[in-house]
Every structure is written in C-alpha cells, then in structure tokens.
Ligand binder design. Structure first.
Ligand code: COA
Length: 504
C-alpha cells in the first residue's frame, strides 16, 4: 500500500488521508447533497456510493444526487432500489430509476448538461456537501487527475464543502495528460473561451483543489461498466446511408468540404451506426467535438478517418475498452477530455460550426422533436446534451426509426406530445425511409416533405389526411387541435396509432 500511496498520491500533504469506502460513506448524513463523478457509465465514483447503498439497507437515509450524466456499475439502479434518492439531476438512463421517477417515488430534474455547472456556480441549487470523484492519481501539485470522464467533477470539487477522491487503480494511469480542465468564472465577469480548434488546450491537466477540502481518499480497483450499445443493424445502416447522402449533397453544393465540420454524435445505437457508416465514405481528416465518444470514433481513428476528437467522456464496449486501454499512448495524441460545460458550450459549438446528430423519440410534421417523454408524460432518459448541441450547431440533425413497437407507434406524429427541440432548432430529420432537409422551409412546406421522405408507408396516408384537414383550417402552422394528440390517445386505448388497421 505504501508504494501505491506514493505512486497515486504524489502530494505529500495528502498521503495520510486514505480511508475505507465504508468510513467515507459513514460521513454522509440524511438530507445531504452529493456531487458524483460519472458520465454515461464512464469515470463514475464506484466504491463510496456502493458503500452508501449498503448503509441504507440498515438505516433510512435520503440524499440529492448530482452527476455529470448517467452512472455505470448499476449505481443508479441500486440507489433507486434502495429508495435513497430525494432528487436526481441532470440525466439518468437506467430502467429501474426511470420506473421510480415515473411512479413519483423520486424527483428528477431533466436539465441541459451544459447548464448544470452554471446553476451550481450561481448557487441556484442545493449546496453540495460532498464531491465524490474518481481519479487515476493526485499529482505533485495536489490536482485531481480524473479518469474516463470529466463531466461536472471540476465544478463539484470547486463548490462542495468536502471532497472524497476515489483512486481507481484499474483505470490506466496513462489517462494522465488527456484532460483539459478549464473554469469559466462567473457570468458577467468572464473572458471569451479561447477554444478555436477542436484540439486546443486552454486549461490544466487536472482539477485544482484546496487540499484542506480533501477529507478522504479511497483506493478502488474496478473497471467502468461496458457500454450497452447495440451494434448497427440493417435499418440503422440504411439511416446512416441516408445521412451520408445528405452530407455528400452538402459537399457537392460547396457548403462543406470532404473534411465536413466537427461532428457531435449523441448516445444510442443509431448515432453510433451513423458514425460507423463514415468509415467507408470519402470523408477524410474528420474532427469530433462531442460529449461522449463511443466505439465508432475509435474505429474511425483506426481507419485513419478521424484526426482529432474532443469529448467529456469515453464509453466503450468491453472489447473496445481492452483495445483502447492497450493502445492509449497512441490514442492520446488524438484525444482531449474536457468538462461537460466546455464540451457542450454554446459559444464553442457555434464558433466551430458543429454538425450535430442526435436521436429523437418522436418528431412532428413541422419538425418539433421529443427526445425524452414517452407519450408526453413518462421520462425516458433526459435531454442530455442534445439541446446544447441542436440549438447552436451549424446543422442540427435528428435521427429516428420511422416506427416503434412493431409498427404500432409512428415516430412521426401530427403533434409531438412533449417538445425538447422546437422546429426552430431542427434542420434535418432522418429515418430509414429517407431524409427531410427543413432549412429555409415554412411549416406548410415542411409537412409534405417530412411525410413523403421520412414517414413509414403504413402511416403516410393517415398523416397526409391530418395535414390536409389542418390546412383547411388555415394558419401559419395548421393543426386540428382536437385531433393533434389523437394518435397518442389511440395508442393508449387500442395499443396502436393506426386508425385504419386494414391499411397495414
Ligand atoms: N414512442 C414510444 N416509445 C418509443 C418511441 C416513440 N415514438 N420511439 C422509440 N421508442 C422506444 C423504443 O421502442 C425503445 O423501447 P425499448 O427500450 O422498450 O425497446 C426505446 O424507445 C429506445 O429506442 P431505440 O430505438 O432503441 O433508440 P436509442 O437507444 O437510440 O435511444 C433515445 C433513443 C431518444 C431514448 C436516446 O437517444 C436518448 O435518450 N436521447 C436523449 C439524450 C440525448 O440525445 N443525448 C445526446 C447527447 S449525448
């Protein structure tokens, strides 16, 4: 342990702070607020939350849990099962937690990921009692060197009363040097963020911290949970091809070059498939400025297609994790990990002119997008970074399969049952049927294009009927208000959105 201590805790002021996870968890009191590291299953604090979950089996306790995004290691699931969460924010993606949220057993604040740090900095949220962050080491200067995600860790550390560091020796020490931690400062008093290229470094390689705040250091040895990504299937491959056709058209029109523009791709199997599709394309020297890097980005680097990738989290399948960890020195030349406030910052997204690709649950005939709420009421995962990117990107693209649940749901509906991305923020919609480029189109030009190009054939006529009836009523964005949610109501009552079942 002594060698370990010196290798991983290089600041001599901190070597006597090593404690067990159980001891650290015992400091947490009912009603406290915790800021946990972790972003889409990567770099999450593992040992102390697990010890806390164990504690709640013997005593009742509720805490607020703030994170970067979703957690791995089943921590969201186990915390939800233990009933120990009062309020969770800003994102989750766990089926058990989703159920508890939708049953009203815990509170969930679904928040733009880049806004969380601003809210904490401005003291809008409950003060953070403990920041619990995973690290590969604490360096000579007392800086915390994060692991596979940065997320909100730096703002948690800055604003919390106390800090607990989990040094995870299963995470490769070669991650050191990969991070770029930048603090924006208070709104109204800050400088422009001088990040002009995807690869620019503007901060420090670790999280600066007042060493007095670190009251415990816990050693752990546990890899991140593998991503649950589903590999591309025939349909996602077809969607990827449509999207690539659209991008080729942009190049032909002279609006993009073969280098495209920095790419952001959201979570999910479709977004991963789209990136995969770029491997065999003519596009070269690509750049990625995204939130999460999934397997596909590393495949693109291996294929010589991506020259640089910036993100705030790396979430990989088991196999890819082994490969990336074994070759980290090579990948390090092409990667940077930043706080989510910076990876998702509107100023930078607009400056770099990103092409952003995210997934919709449902889309309506005018281009409004619902990414979060099933039938307008039940939370799926959360908006994540999709709003940060879509609102500010050069090209905001949303992908979705045209039907769900064996065809009983059409993903294109008369009116979305919840709006995450308004028609003003959506440029292109892609389904396996084709794509609709909505730029420069008025609402009454958008609807026929979306219906023709994106809707599943079994719903096309039905949707056209709705649009025609709406047009008779007139208006800039015509609707038959009493029928606008009839498709959702029909699904609730009859298990299908189809009105003319014999049309199938
Ligand atoms: N109505 C109801 N359910 C629908 C639906 C609709 N219109 N469209 C899809 N679904 C269901 C699917 O049937 C599937 O259900 P299952 O889990 O029971 O099989 C589930 O929603 C997920 O759909 P899937 O097609 O597998 O999509 P995905 O894994 O690519 O996830 C989102 C899609 C929208 C849930 C996901 O991308 C998300 O959470 N996005 C918001 C956050 C975000 O965009 N972040 C981006 C920045 S990283």
């Amino acid at each position: 342990m002594e060698n370990n201590t010196m290798k991983y805790i290089r600041d001599p002021r901190l070597t006597d702070r090593v404690v067990t996870a159980k001891d650290a968890a015992s400091w947490i009191k009912d009603g406290m607020t915790l800021g946990l590291s972790g972003f889409t299953r990567a770099g999450d604090a593992k040992a102390v939350p697990t010890a806390l979950i164990e504690r709640t089996k013997k005593e009742s306790l509720k805490v607020n849990v703030y994170t970067g995004a979703s957690l791995g290691s089943d921590i969201d699931k186990l915390m939800a099962e233990a009933g120990m969460i009062h309020k969770r924010m800003p994102f989750q993606a766990d089926p058990t937690m989703r159920k508890k949220i939708n049953q009203g057993e815990m509170l969930f604040v679904d928040q733009h990921l880049s806004h969380m740090a601003e809210a904490i900095r401005a003291d809008v949220l409950c003060p953070i009692d403990f920041a619990i962050v995973e690290a590969v080491a604490i360096d000579e200067n007392g800086m915390i060197i994060p692991t596979t995600s940065v997320g909100n860790s730096s703002i948690f550390v800055e604003k919390s009363k106390h800090v607990i560091v989990e040094i995870n020796t299963a995470q490769p020490i070669e991650l050191e040097g990969l991070h770029d931690i930048y603090e924006t400062g208070m709104q109204g008093k800050r400088d422009p963020i001088l990040l002009k290229n995807v690869q620019d470094r503007i901060g420090t390689i670790g999280i600066p911290v007042d060493s007095e705040k670190i009251i415990g250091i816990v050693f752990t040895h546990q890899l991140d949970s593998a991503s649950t990504i589903v590999q591309p299937d025939e349909e996602t491959q077809i969607m990827a091809n449509h999207l690539i056709d659209f991008l080729k058209r942009e190049v032909k029109a002279g609006r993009l070059t073969n280098q495209l523009a920095p790419l952001q791709s959201g979570i999910g199997s479709v977004a991963n498939a789209v990136l995969h599709g770029l491997i065999d394309s003519e596009f070269t020297d690509l750049e990625v400025y995204s939130e999460v890097l999934q397997d596909a980005v590393f495949d693109l680097i291996d294929a010589g297609k991506v020259r640089f990738a910036s993100c705030c989290s790396i979430t990989l399948s088991d196999e890819k994790m082994k490969h990336v960890y074994a070759n980290l020195e090579k990948y390090k030349e092409r990667l940077i990990l930043r706080p989510q406030e910076i990876s998702n910052h509107p100023e930078i997204i607009r400056r770099l002119g990103l092409i952003s690709i995210n997934t919709a649950l449902e889309v309506d005939i005018y281009g409004n997008v619902n990414s979060t709420h099933v039938r307008g009421t039940h939370m799926m995962n959360g908006i994540g970074g999709s709003g940060d990117f879509a609102r500010n990107a050069r090209l905001a693209i949303f992908v979705t399969k045209s039907i769900a649940k064996n065809g009983d749901i059409s993903s294109i509906v008369p009116f979305v049952s919840h709006v995450d991305h308004t028609e003003h923020d959506v440029d292109v919609i892609v389904t396996e049927q084709g794509y609709a480029d909505l730029r420069g189109l008025a609402p009454i030009e958008r609807a026929p294009l979306i219906i023709q190009n994106c809707v599943h054939p079994s719903y096309r006529e039905q949707l056209l009927e709705y649009f025609e009836e709406a047009r008779h009523k007139g208006g800039q964005t015509p609707h038959v208000l009493e029928k606008a949610f009839s498709w959702h109501i029909n699904y609730e009552k009859n298990g299908t959105m189809r009105q003319h079942v014999n049309q199938i």
